[in-house]
Design a protein around this ligand. Structure first.
Ligand code: ZN
Length: 83
């Protein structure tokens, strides 16, 4: 095993202009402030790779106004209602 020479880390500093980036808004009320939430999935023993029941938190963001979670955050959780 040879030790690789350290690559000089010169990342060109890209400044992201957030004013030009899309803001995700609540589908329901148009609010754009979201709070951290977790959907908790319970893995049954049948589905679990370990053969034991388990609990898996899935982080989502919910609207700070009406509480709705945009469907894009629910993809893969099986919680989307209007699929
Ligand atoms: Zn909302």
């Amino acid at each position: 095993m040879s030790t690789k020479p350290m690559k000089p880390l010169h990342k060109p500093k890209k400044t992201v202009d957030l004013s030009k980036a899309d803001t995700i808004k609540c589908d329901d009320c148009g609010n754009y402030l979201f709070i951290n939430s977790y959907a908790i999935k319970r893995i049954s023993a049948i589905l679990s790779p370990t053969g034991q029941e388990g609990i898996v938190p899935v982080q989502v963001y919910s609207c700070g106004n009406c509480g709705k979670v945009p469907s894009m955050f629910l993809e893969g959780t099986g919680l989307g209602t209007d699929g």
